[in-house]
Design a binder for this molecule. Structure first.
Ligand SMILES: O=c1ccn([C@@H]2O[C@H](COP(=O)(O)O)[C@@H](O)[C@H]2O)c(=O)[nH]1
Length: 256
């Protein structure tokens, strides 16, 4: 089964496009020693609502070697039916990317990863021929700085993020086994952006703590399995409520 099919199935099974972000902050959960239990509860309580899980490497790397062990343990215990998108945003020359691809797709066996496309097509090639896997290229990120490059207009009237889409078009033409989608931040998902974004799987961060407006996605007629990520809005918002309770609320807002 291709990555996009697995994700589509999960979206249909859960009835919503909720991607549960996993960004553990040890300082908010009583230190690194409490993080494994925090993650077990977060994953356990939200799995039934999750179309996907998205751990962000930064939060695990910040805990040092123990953080990588915690990530590995968590990945090993993830429910197999929920796709895992590793938010790594990697970018390097192709030779080095081969090793990132091996690490994420072979060793950790995650379903998809985020990549920074700035180094061009040969930098994403090592990720392209993996059965059942997906990559999300940063196209229009959710930060204000996305205006600095991604939303600049070229002389021919296209935006820079449209060049990112060209990489996906090429991957499809070359019959990539890996599905290629895009990261589009909800906070910058204007109709000008969305009108130009291909019908390929979108990973959409920016809901909850970053204040993105879901209405901007309405009535688009897209068919690809898009998912909308919520991290702090489940893990660290209203700490007196359970993860399950908060996930259920986001799930209702994102229901099909
Ligand atoms: O454009 C982007 C790309 C990635 N992210 C990541 O998504 C989550 C968002 O967390 P919240 O707590 O829901 O704001 C986090 O891991 C970011 O690094 C993004 O926000 N924007």
């Amino acid at each position: 089964m291709r990555y996009a099919e697995k994700l589509e199935k999960r979206i249909v099974d859960t009835g919503a496009r909720l991607c549960v972000g996993i960004d553990p902050r040890p300082e908010l959960s009583g230190g690194i020693e409490n993080v494994p239990e925090f993650l077990r509860r977060l994953v356990g309580e939200t799995a039934e609502y999750a179309a996907a899980f998205k751990p962000n490497m930064a939060y695990f790397e910040a805990m040092g070697l123990r953080g990588l062990e915690i990530l590995e343990e968590m990945l090993g215990e993830m429910p197999k039916e929920v796709p895992v998108i590793l938010d790594a945003k990697r970018s390097d020359i192709g030779e080095t990317q081969k090793y990132y691809a091996k690490s994420y797709f072979e060793n950790w066996d995650v379903d998809a990863v985020t990549l920074n496309p700035f180094l061009g097509y040969d930098s994403i090639e090592p990720f392209l021929n993996w059965e059942g896997k997906g990559i999300y290229l940063l196209a229009v990120t959710s930060n204000a700085g996305s205006a600095d490059f991604q939303r600049q207009k070229l002389a021919d009237g296209r935006y820079v993020f449209e060049l990112v889409q060209e990489l996906a078009v090429r991957a499809v033409a070359e019959k990539s086994a890996t599905d290629v989608g895009f990261v589009v931040g909800l906070t910058n998902a204007s109709s000008e952006v969305l009108d130009r974004i291909m019908d390929a799987p979108l990973l959409i961060p920016g809901l909850g703590a970053q204040g993105g407006d879901l209405d901007s996605l309405a009535g688009r007629g897209r068919t690809a399995p898009d998912t909308v990520n919520v991290s702090r809005g489940i893990s660290y918002n209203e700490m007196d409520r359970s993860f399950a309770d908060k996930a259920q609320e986001w799930h209702a807002l994102l229901s099909l």
